[in-house]
Design a protein around this ligand. Sequence first.
Ligand code: UTP
Length: 300
Amino acid sequence: MRLLMLAARSILFMRAHTAVIPAAGMGTRFLPATKAVPKELLPIIDTPALQLIIDECMGAGIDHIVVVTSHAKPAIEAYFADAPEVVAKLRSTGRDHVADHLEAIGRDVRISFAYQDVAMGLGHAVGCAREAVGDEPFAVLLPDEIMGDSSLLAQMCDVSAATGGSVVGLKHVPREEVSAYGVIDPVGEMSADGVIRVATMVEKPPLDKAPSDLIIIGRYVLTPDVFDCIERVVPGAGGEIQLTDALRMQAEAGPFHGVLSTIRRYDTGNPFGWLTAVVELALDDERIGEQFREWLQARL
Ligand code: UTP
């Protein structure tokens, strides 16, 4: 009965089909590489992290991507531009499959750009996408977190469409680590498929004030009223407009849920996390996995 009701309700609210990818930050933890190469384009084996995020979106039914970038990072837009010389060279040397792959970039899904020329925080970056998103629910994916597949995002889109409210991705962390993250204050029990209501949330709480051990990860599905909330956020330290502050306003005003992630997740925003992601994904890679495993075993 409850399932039927959820299914019926899911028709009432629109499912997100647009995703915002904030990519205008300075990537200071990755300097000096990020002086010339945006962090979002650092390769995971041979594919930019940004492309893996776009693939995740497409797997969850998203058909419009808004990349928030800065004019100081022209390489982001260059990644989506046509490359006729490279394609011609590939075709003339019989590498049509690589040429086809290159030509599909930026064409297999609609890409729009929004600009944030001064990095004023994640909330501000999302706010910069307002016009491109319109008055609809939308997903936000932080490109320095790579997920094993699209299932979490797809489930979050479904939960938002069923409840009419915003949804955040969640992860359990050891209690002593909560102070480094945004932490939710849950209401009631988590359902068997990992969905829980959120009363409010707090950014980087001291250990004794943390309302739970459930932290918010870099996946969100947000209702468009969040844009008004972002405009009401008072800038914090360094003038940054935090997304968590806007989400707290939403959670305290209406339905707001979290979905516990059970899939693989890599934090590639710092050199150690990026390296472990590359090693793990290389071990599983069907082209180089076996060779890499042999080399690594011998090396160790
Ligand atoms: P991060 O805080 O991880 O990225 O933000 P950063 O600020 O570029 O990196 P560090 O901390 O200096 O090393 C997560 C994502 O949000 C984007 C970043 O580009 C990154 O992809 N972001 C962050 C913005 O687009 N604008 C901002 O003002 C802040």
